[in-house]
Ligand binder design. Structure first.
Ligand code: NAD
Length: 262
């Protein structure tokens, strides 16, 4: 018996990286999962089928686009129709764009605010009535160290992630008596294929060894000089779904190798 048997988890942006690790962690604890995000249909289907097989739960895929409020509402309705509930909602889909403020393309700003901030609002708004009706819920958003501190050239991302910290606190207060918790997790740099792929080019461009690129470029702000892993983030998300975490709400939980302590 897993701690999430009979529960359903929706994880946005779960076709790769942190979201996929969260979906797998919830499935390993017995939850049915809804996978969402972009990617090649064959790859997504392979991953979905593997999760079902490995953990003996039901996994379905929704292609809902997190820039479109109607598709987000539809994602929640589709899950409730299929499984009867959305017990756990993880707002994880996210994108990044890096440019000086005066050159920051307005359409990039709009896309980042839509996916990294507004999508969480629309999903929470749609999922809360069902959670209230059933008297249990867990809302978790993948924020970032950038919900607490800034870096240059990331105006939209930093604004969106700071917005998530505020949205999390507000929703937590509104739902405090409903047995629904709302928290965000703020990772520093997480080891994902995206990060790994940057290393060879950076080694060549800066004439550095692999270790130097990792410690002096990628992990310049992270005192441990180690990446967070997707499994570590997923493990914290799973803990937040446990009964032991029932009194953690409105929290912004850092997992950043000491970045925001500095
Ligand atoms: P990733 O690129 O591996 O995953 C992002 C996911 O979002 C993918 O599944 C992608 O398909 C999905 N997505 C993108 N646009 C979408 C859209 N319009 N509709 C639906 N899904 C969409 O990246 P990741 O590193 O796993 O990032 C996941 C979250 O973690 C993001 O919110 C990101 O800001 C946050 N985060 C990442 C890091 C890091 O270092 N990797 C650090 C802090 C926070």
């Amino acid at each position: 018996m897993g701690i999430l048997n009979g529960k359903t988890a929706v994880v946005t942006g779960s076709t790769s990286g942190i979201g996929l690790a969260c979906a797998r962690a919830f499935a390993s604890a017995g939850a049915n999962v809804v996978i969402n995000g972009m990617g090649a249909p064959d790859d997504i289907e392979r991953e979905r089928a593997a999760i079902e097989r490995e953990f003996a739960i039901k996994a379905i895929y929704s292609p809902a686009d997190m820039t479109k409020p109607r598709e987000i509402t539809w994602l929640v309705a589709y899950t409730e129709d299929t499984f009867g509930s959305v017990d756990i909602l993880v707002n994880n889909a996210g994108i990044q764009h890096v440019a000086p403020i005066e050159e920051f393309a307005p359409e990039k700003w709009d896309a980042i605010i839509a996916i990294n901030l507004s999508a969480a609002f629309h999903a929470i708004r749609a999922a809360v009535p069902g959670m209230k009706k059933r008297g249990w819920g867990r809302i978790i958003t993948t924020a970032s160290a950038h919900s607490l501190v800034a870096s240059p050239f990331k105006s939209a991302y930093v604004a969106a992630k700071h917005g998530i910290a505020g949205l999390t606190k507000t929703v937590a207060l509104e739902l405090a008596r409903s047995k629904i918790t709302c928290n965000c997790i703020s990772p520093g740099y997480v080891w994902t294929p995206l990060v790994e792929k940057q290393i060879p080019n950076t080694m060549a461009a800066r004439r550095m060894h692999r270790d130097e690129v990792i410690s002096d470029v990628l992990l310049a702000a992270q005192p441990t000089k180690e990446f967070v892993t997707v499994e570590q983030v997923a493990s914290l998300a799973l803990f937040l779904c446990s009964d032991d975490a029932a009194q953690i709400t409105g929290a912004n939980l850092s997992m950043d190798g000491g970045w925001t302590a500095a």
